[in-house]
Design a protein around this ligand. Structure first.
Ligand code: SF4
Length: 180
């Protein structure tokens, strides 16, 4: 990381419950410390629609469940130096991947969400991004640099990781750069 410039920082929300982002926000006053050391350039927490061209660190919550997310995470990967899988859905698929245990789980999820539980006008909307046949943890589709497991990861673990990374130490958490 260039010592003369603050590293740029992003967070991305794929198929997850937002609990990992909530845990990040639970850093409370430590967030101010982190915010002083990075430049936040993209996140569901701020109103920027396009992922920037070059980001130093990106935390990704959630698994890859639809075509839009697959295309998004490939773009994020090409534009990010250090990509971190944040939480068990990103790391293993976790609850998001429960539909993988069913034959035609993608179709069953849509039917349950839009037909069986609908009181009026039951139909699957066209605007919904096409679900992938199965849900994937990040490393099955893109190279991942670091993993922070947990459902959600504790604020203490997130803080430890970011503090070590921003101090340019290699955090003592699992690291894998190999794809697949
Ligand atoms: Fe939610 Fe747990 Fe998945 Fe994080 S890992 S998105 S808290 S279900």
């Amino acid at each position: 990381m260039d010592k003369n410039k603050k590293p740029t920082f992003a967070t991305v929300w794929l198929s997850g419950c937002s609990g990992c982002h909530m845990s990040f926000l639970d850093l409370d006053e430590a967030l101010i410390e982190i915010a002083n050391k990075v430049q936040l350039v993209y996140s569901p927490l701020i109103d920027i629609k396009e992922f920037p061209e070059q980001v130093t660190i990106t935390l990704v919550e959630g698994a890859i469940a639809n075509e839009e997310q697959l295309s998004m995470i490939k773009k994020v990967r090409t534009r990010t130096s250090i990509l971190v899988a944040l939480g068990d859905c990103a790391v293993t698929g976790n609850v998001t991947a429960l539909r993988n245990t069913e034959i035609d789980g993608d179709k069953k999820v849509l039917k349950r969400a839009f037909i069986e539980t609908s009181d009026i006008n039951p139909q699957i909307p066209n605007e919904v991004s096409k679900l992938l046949k199965k849900v994937y943890p990040l490393h099955e589709k893109i190279p991942v640099d670091y993993y922070i497991p947990g459902c959600p990861p504790s604020p203490e673990n997130i803080l430890y990781f970011l503090t070590e990374l921003l101090a340019e130490k290699s955090p003592q958490v699992e690291k894998r750069t190999k794809f697949g």
